[in-house]
Design a protein around this ligand. Structure first.
Ligand code: MSP
Length: 656
């Protein structure tokens, strides 16, 4: 039987524009659904907006708009954002749509008729910020415990859902379904919540106080509480009561992705509602953590940082997708930083993946293969481990994604990419081709197949770039699903791209450190034996000499790579300077270095050096210098000695 995977995001409030937190959950949903597609499942992915309730009404009032006009305008920002992030939902639901209003009113009527909803007078502390009542002992310093906002004392007749009835059933269900609420610590949190007596849920608001909501079908003086309305979007979208066949196709094969902030509403309210409606419970709730900046949850306005969503324009949407998926362990919080995003781009995408792709395709074009996938000759012992790694990758990725470990699935894929890089360095097809073109062709075939596998398995995360990579290695078919991804299917003779540069490296420029960095001469020298330091301090790092600690992020932001000097010459009229061109694998850099007193230019050509590649470029003697060579300065003689790896490594290899 075909597997079905229905995935949802929370529907986002339209009181403000989308921000990085919304983007994260929605990209995650898109990535998961693409992985499940690769696994051969039929998939359905829904996102949308939550348009009712007090927050939205207030936002509309602030703009002097009627709430519907406000929603019509705001929903656009969400709907239009997703394609720019290469997110492709199957449905975008709005809670003001008639299809949803019908479902909410019917659900209310069904529950009312069954005696699951009743009216009672209640008095207590009401928090307009989070739209709920609190008991006296819940309050913190007399304020709302959730938002810290003011509360008002209200006495009101309202309608209540008999949620308390479902407490024990819910506990039993969670106990007997270990992967119902994930990760485990969130499951425990819900169980902890359910250890206290569960109250009934107030599901109405008097129209006199709030008019922006779905009217209760049995009492026109009330509108529906926003959460009771919003949660039902998940069943509206798959046709509850209106398209039974569609509903049975997707329900309950659903995974609800949520932030940890909305755990109770989903895992308690929603499940109790479903039980009361005699509908099966969802398969999984997966709660992720928050993206933080300076220990604060990121949301729209953070003042001191650039809008993280704008990074998609600077670095491209797929770099942002890759970073968000690779750097957050699903379930835990993560710290957002532009420097880390750039470091990920440079190390994983530009260096490991992009560089391998451009080198292998270049070698294919330089060799006698007519710019096409070479024949695959017999595999030898040195090929076998790498072929096994390539062949085994799809199972590893599937296992990890099914365990919700997306970051690890990506990492395993990159490990194989690194493995192929090493295989090229070990087997040296660029040398072998001179004496044995067939053997070199086999090595390149293995590398191309490895790249095809990696591209297919990264497709969920970087769909457009993967497609480009598949084309580049000569794969013209659809993105292979796992059952059709087989080593050896790449056709010899299929054209390989000539010049590919999928991911440019980026320099990350933060405000330079204020404490006078020495003028760069393109080389850095250590002040004490056994120590190196960069003459400038990129990424806002304190001087690396000894005094200040650098954070891991700051260190990660340094793009240290090995390069091979391709050209070296004196700079006319500058006694101390040499102009170098250094091969960094994917590109050649001009670097002006103050080492003329220590090195003859001729002696440098072919030498390997360590380059700080993401140093802010500067002009030295009218020449643009893009990077810095690292050197030690002998504490006694003052002689400069360039740092280099102690065995040859491929240009562009990372130092760290
Ligand atoms: N409208 C409700 C959800 C109703 S679902 C039936 C809501 N909307 S929201 O606009 O506030 O969106 C909250 C969701 O946005 C979180 O659950 C999470 O998915 C995402 N994020 C918001 N800020 C976030 C971070 N800083 N980090 C990660 N995701 C967070 O709640």
């Amino acid at each position: 039987m075909v597997e079905r995977f229905y995935v949802t995001t929370p529907i986002y409030y339209v009181n403000d524009r989308p921000h990085i937190g919304h983007a994260y959950t929605t990209i995650l949903a898109d990535v998961l659904r693409r992985y499940y597609r690769l696994f051969g499942a039929e998939t359905f992915f829904v996102t949308g907006v939550d348009e009712h309730g007090q927050k939205v009404e207030q936002a509309a009032r602030k703009r002097g708009l009627d709430p519907q006009a406000h929603c019509d305008d705001m929903q656009r920002h969400f709907r239009d954002l997703w394609p720019t992030l290469h997110v492709e939902p199957d449905d975008f639901i709005r809670t003001t749509e008639p299809r949803h209003v019908r479902v909410v009113q019917r659900a209310l009527q069904v529950l009312y008729d069954k005696g699951e909803i009743y009216q009672k007078e209640y008095e207590g502390w009401y928090s307009p910020a989070v739209e709920r009542f609190w008991t006296e002992k819940d309050l913190v310093d007399g304020r709302c415990p959730e938002s810290g906002a003011e509360v008002v004392y209200l006495k009101e007749k309202n309608y209540w859902f008999r949620m308390s009835r479902y407490q024990q059933r819910l506990v039993d269900y969670i106990d007997s379904h270990p992967d119902f609420i994930l990760p485990e610590h969130r499951r425990n949190e819900v169980l902890g919540f359910l250890r206290e007596p569960l109250q009934d849920l107030c599901i109405s608001r008097p129209r006199s106080r709030l008019s922006w909501g779905i009217p209760l079908p049995f009492d026109e003086d009330y509108v529906t509480y926003v959460w009771f309305d919003a949660l039902l979007n998940y069943v509206t979208a798959v046709g509850l009561w209106e398209d039974p066949q569609r509903f049975d196709t997707w329900w309950p094969a659903v995974t609800h992705l949520i932030g940890k902030d909305i755990l109770t509403t989903h895992c308690v309210y929603w499940n109790a509602m479903l039980m009361a409606l005699d509908l099966p419970l969802p398969r999984h709730f997966v709660a992720h953590g928050w993206w933080l900046v300076d220990d604060t949850k990121m949301s729209k306005s953070l003042g001191n940082v650039v809008d993280p969503l704008s990074l998609k324009d600077r670095y491209g949407p797929e770099v942002l997708r890759y970073y968000l998926m690779r750097d957050m362990v699903l379930g835990l919080d993560a710290t957002f930083s532009e420097a880390a995003l750039v470091a990920r781009n440079n190390s994983d995408l530009a260096n490991d993946f992009g560089n391998l792709l451009s080198r292998v395709t270049r070698m294919v074009h330089r060799g006698p293969y007519g710019g096409a996938v070479p024949e695959r000759g017999e595999l030898r012992a040195d090929d076998e481990p790498v072929v096994a790694a390539i062949e085994g990758l799809k199972e590893t990725v599937e296992r990890l994604v099914r365990a919700w470990k997306v970051h690890q699935a990506i990492e395993e894929t990159m490990q194989v990419v690194r493995r192929i890089n090493k295989y090229i360095a070990d087997t040296q097809p660029f040398r072998v081709v001179k004496t044995d073109a067939a053997r070199a062709g086999t090595i390149l075939y293995v590398a191309l197949e490895g790249l095809r596998h990696a591209a297919a398995l990264l497709w969920p995360v970087i769909p457009h770039k993967s497609r480009e990579a598949l084309d580049a290695v000569g794969w013209r078919g659809d993105v292979p699903t796992l059952p059709t991804l087989r080593f050896g299917d790449l056709q010899s003779g299929s054209p390989v791209a000539g010049r590919v540069r999928l991911f440019p490296r980026h320099a990350f420029e933060e405000q330079p450190a204020s404490h006078g960095a020495p003028a760069s001469t393109g080389v850095s020298a250590a002040t004490k034996p056994g120590e190196t330091k960069a003459a400038q301090t990129p990424a806002g790092a304190e001087s690396a000499s000894s005094k200040a600690m650098v954070t891991w992020d700051q260190f990660d932001a340094l793009d240290l790579v090995v390069g091979t000097v391709a050209v070296a010459e004196r700079v006319p009229k500058a006694r101390k300077l040499l102009r170098l061109e250094v091969d960094l694998g994917s590109e050649r850099r001009q670097i002006v270095a103050g080492i003329a007193a220590h090195y003859d230019p001729e002696a440098l050509v072919g030498k390997q050096v360590v380059v700080l590649a993401n140093l802010q470029p500067r002009k030295i003697f009218g020449l643009r210098s893009q990077g810095m060579l690292l050197a030690a300065e002998d504490a006694e003689s003052g002689k400069l000695s360039l740092l280099a790896p102690d065995a040859p490594v491929a240009p562009g290899s990372r130092v760290g």
